[in-house]
Design a protein around this ligand. Sequence first.
Ligand code: ADP
Ligand code: MG
Length: 690
Amino acid sequence: MATIAARSLNSPVASLSKVKPADARRLSKLGIETIRDLLMTLPFDWEIYGAPRRIADLGDGESATVVGNISSSVAQVTYRKRVRLTQATLTDDHGDVMRVVWFNQPYLANRLPAGARVAVAGHVKSGPRGLEMRNPHYEPLQSDGDAGPSRIGGLMAKYHLVAGITSKRMAEFVAEALPLASELEEVLPAETRLRMGLVGVVDAVRLGHQPRTEADWQVARKRMAFAELFELQTAFALMRANLALEPAIPIPYRQEVIDAFKAGLGFELTNAQRRSTWEAFQDMQRPSPMNRLLNGDVGSGKTAVAAACVAMAHAAGLQSVVMAPTEILARQHLGKFRSYLEASFPGLTVELLVSSQSAPERRRVRMAAASGHCALVVGTHALIEEDVEFAQLGLAVVDEQHRFGTRQREQLRAKGSGRPHFLAMTATPIPRTLALALYGEMAVSVIDELPPGRTPVMTEVISKHDRSRAYDLVREQVRLGRQAFVICPLIEESEVLAVRSATAELERLRKDVFQDLRLDLVHGRMRDKDAVMQRFMARDSDVLVATAVVEVGVDVPNATVMMIEGAERFGLAQLHQFRGRVGRGSDRSYCLLLTDDESMFVLDRLELVARTPDGFRLATEDMNRRGVGELMGARQHGMSDAAMQALREPELLNEARQEAEAVLASDRELSGHPALAQAVVRRLELTSIS
Ligand code: ADP
Ligand code: MG
């Protein structure tokens, strides 16, 4: 009893008697370290155990309970994707049959052997082999057939799982921890709760883990989601307020600079580019640092916006720095910035800094930066590793900002004497709500329009029977002098496995499919990825096989085919990113989404990609369908499912933003809101690790 009394919300989960050390390690993978974490992690869904139904009456997409006998069950590891699963066949009392599959629970084949009587509850899907349920809840029953499942009519929580912990176990852990819920601190001010009609944290946690009705669950989720958005928005508002207190050198707007810039471009800026440029100029005129995210699809012309900012900074006597994630990208930037700027602004010199340059060359560039002789240095990580100093840094730009950690971005911003204005660019279209929720400390500009004259990429979903058609297309395009990418299926378990499978795929293609073509391989474990890309760009190879983790984020205008194997394993936004790698030239380009999975759900998602060329629309659709978890790595930002789902209703986020600002307006230091202050500190720590 003494140990129980000593336990608190901050105790490690292992202090619960039901949680063994191995469980604690698994929970930690879900970000659950303390009892508080466990309590605050609500189930992401629930399953209702309704009265048992006949298999013959079930349809695709329904939720149902089925009682019957296991007619066969077997534990397997899938060959291609190395997933462990238990496959069973369930026969109901009318003799109808349904397939049941459990992932990552190989022991179930023993627990539910042929002949066992069982109740399963879950979503019914119609697959190529008839009806099936994936990962349903199950309850072994007495085989005499009289006793029904005990949970019929009740709710069963579904938690996010890691291998080795089922929702059932999670529910047991939570049940043991729930008495401590009464100690949870309230972060929401009473007025806010009242105005929003939200329950307190203690009730929300109890109802959320053990709902009696669907209404209970909704009430709990809404409260938890709102509180989380509110904490995040408070944290962001504080970050913005702190940044606004820091001094920066204002960069005055000068019409003749933008006129000269436009004259030297060789094309008209799109409306979206003009708007974004204008937004950035307005920020830079202020005596506190700009902190802006430029969000535009691949090929939308972000570089030109950044270049306009560089020109304006230069006119104010300030230098700029642009950091890109790879050497190839840095070199491409160098070319673009030079062509956009050097003709119109004779004194404006652009230099490159990457680690493959000779030591004397790098020294020369460092000198040029330190003496103030060059206006812009474009480079890679080398910029922060080789302590480059600037005489007067006014603007720091980071391309593909998600590829850098917060620390690296901070290091870049520390290059000058004061704080430079900061522009982050990302080619992942992020719906506005999500941008506010994830990057609320930044202002956001959106380029939601492509330059005119682009030919949309023909996107097609191709099933395994049609595979040869995809190969024919690749061959034909190569014959026409074009090139192709082949992306291997996503293997999340390990990069080593991914490399192995990509290597095997390369060998197979070389031997059986494209004997006559020149193939090359690039993967994440390679030291010299850039060299492979260079060969591809120089047309020394026809087909580039790549692992999924390698972002081939470069312009290869001659590549016209993007073939993606195992397309169903990728998020829609990711597929769209891959697609953006072709269609850079004026020729017709193709994106082929290959899949062996023919379930309605999979085909429907892939067809959506095929008919939606607009990245923002696709991202929004994806978010509405699935929530945003996998989509944008929101989980890395420490966001729960409830909060991510709540983003589908922009009003809730707006309310959270307004409430956060109202609280800060009256209590700058949050001294009257200690629980909120603590939660905000935790959030800030989370965001600064990312
Ligand atoms: P991203 O947003 O992916 O960084 P880039 O800045 O690399 O896009 O631009 C992609 C291509 O489109 C470049 O070749 C660029 O010169 C061209 N481009 C950019 N803006 C325009 C425009 N307004 N009209 C025509 N071409 C443009
Ligand atoms: Mg770019």
